[in-house]
Design a binder for this molecule. Structure first.
Ligand SMILES: NC(=O)c1ccc[n+]([C@@H]2O[C@H](COP(=O)([O-])OP(=O)(O)OC[C@H]3O[C@@H](n4cnc5c(N)ncnc54)[C@H](O)[C@@H]3O)[C@@H](O)[C@H]2O)c1
Length: 382
């Protein structure tokens, strides 16, 4: 019964009945006896349903409801909505992580018309975790749109290699372009979970580029352990990179923007895991970290709005990167489970984030702040 109807029923009967009788008259019949007994024992706030109240003519439906015992209606109960503690995936050691290459054939000169507001000309974007995976592709989206980019990563060699291959890909896709129109892409070492490392890195970026206008935080990782057996040092490391790293980087960039009294745009890479609980792989600390990233963006969006600094989140769903490919190779069942839960039925490719990051980084989204842009094939809407 809707609250308004409940209030009307109470008002209509209140003059004629005792308060307790009035409440029971307005409640659904099934709850009334429980309420009456709780009033007798003085326990006002419980109305526990009794398992024995079964409909003899409808045993199947009862077994599928809270009247039934766990598993009574079949092994399928909860099958698509539970974690499986046997799924365990550790984030690989640095030297075992696969490299990524820039996307080919997605940039280059084109004559299709588009809004000028999407241009990133005259911007300098810091992309953390930009040496590979989603970060590298988003860095490429920003330089293809006109920005100079600072790739910030803990892996020095990979960052340097990626900076060079981004510039090289741009040259190849824009033959004959003037030298001063080739984006400047630099590589910088940083452990984003360390305040001193972050400070030094931002100083180095400003020294090399003169300014920073944008930040994209893609440094992050996930692993799978069931909550009870998750080693504490690994949880701290995970939160250190995903949460502290996002916080420290954004504060340092915001300070620089405020010092220059310049507007800017910050994009955090969260995850759909910040809004839903993935199944079947257990990953409670990662999910909590990404929920923290999402709400950090909302909080900083409010705190820094006065300075013209926008803070938004992109929450990707399952994306097919070199790393997720390896996880799927090791756990073939996961691919079917994951894609069966995505309305579009497909995992995303890293390049599916190129438009989203350019939109949120550019003036095309000037009135968008604190938003969570889900790029997940519809996963989180079902
Ligand atoms: N791949 C997906 O399906 C997916 C889905 C949703 C969200 N995400 C998120 O996207 C982001 C990027 O994921 P990815 O798949 O590209 O991962 P990736 O492992 O391919 O790349 C992450 C990069 O971050 C760097 N990094 C790690 N720790 C760092 C640290 N302490 N300081 C600086 N750099 C560090 C790594 O060296 C690496 O280059 C992560 O935050 C991840 O949680 C990924």
């Amino acid at each position: 019964m809707r609250p308004q109807l409940l209030r009307q029923a109470l008002r209509a009967t209140a003059a004629r009945r005792t308060p307790a009788a009035a409440i029971n008259a307005a409640r659904p019949a099934i709850l009334a006896p429980a309420r009456a007994s709780s009033i007798n024992t003085g326990r006002f706030f419980t109305s526990t349903p009794v398992r024995a109240e079964r409909d003899e003519n409808d045993p199947d439906h009862d077994a599928a409801s809270t009247t039934g015992k766990p598993g009574e209606s079949g092994m399928h109960e909860g099958a698509f909505a539970r974690t499986d503690e046997t799924v365990r995936v550790e984030y690989p050691e640095e030297d075992q992580l696969p490299s990524s290459l820039p996307i080919q054939g997605r940039g280059g000169p084109h004559s299709l018309r588009t809004l000028a507001a999407f241009s990133m000309e005259d911007r300098v974007a810091v992309v953390t975790g930009g040496a590979r995976g989603l970060g590298l592709v988003m860095a490429q989206a920003l330089c293809t749109s006109g920005a100079d980019v600072a790739i910030v990563d803990m892996n020095r060699d990979e960052a340097q290699k990626s900076a060079e291959s981004l510039t090289q890909t741009f040259r190849e896709e824009n033959p004959g372009i003037e030298e001063d129109r080739i984006p400047r892409v630099t590589a910088h070492y940083c452990d984003v979970s360390s305040p001193t490392s972050v400070k030094e890195c931002i100083k180095d970026v400003i020294k090399q580029h003169g300014k920073i206008t944008n930040l994209v935080t893609s440094a992050g990782f996930t692993e799978n352990y069931d909550a009870i057996n998750y080693p504490h040092d690994r949880i701290q490391k995970l939160w250190g990179v995903n949460v502290d790293g996002t916080y420290l980087m954004s504060v340092e960039v915001a300070k620089h923007l405020m010092d220059r009294q310049a507007p800017g745009a910050i994009v955090f890479i969260g995850s759909m895991s910040g809004a839903i609980v993935n199944v079947p792989q257990p990953q409670a600390p990662y999910n909590a970290a990404k929920a923290a990233v999402r709400h950090l963006a909302s909080s900083l969006a409010v705190e820094w709005a006065h300075a013209g600094i926008r803070v938004n989140v992109i929450s990707p769903g399952y994306m097919l990167t070199a790393l997720t490919k390896k996880i799927l190779d090791d756990n073939p069942d996961l691919k079917h489970k994951w894609t069966s839960l995505i309305p579009q039925g497909k995992m995303g490719r890293p390049e599916d984030l190129m438009g989203a990051v350019t939109f949120l980084s550019s003036d095309a989204s000037l009135y968008v702040t604190g938003a969570d842009l889900r790029v997940d094939g519809g996963y989180t809407i079902t």
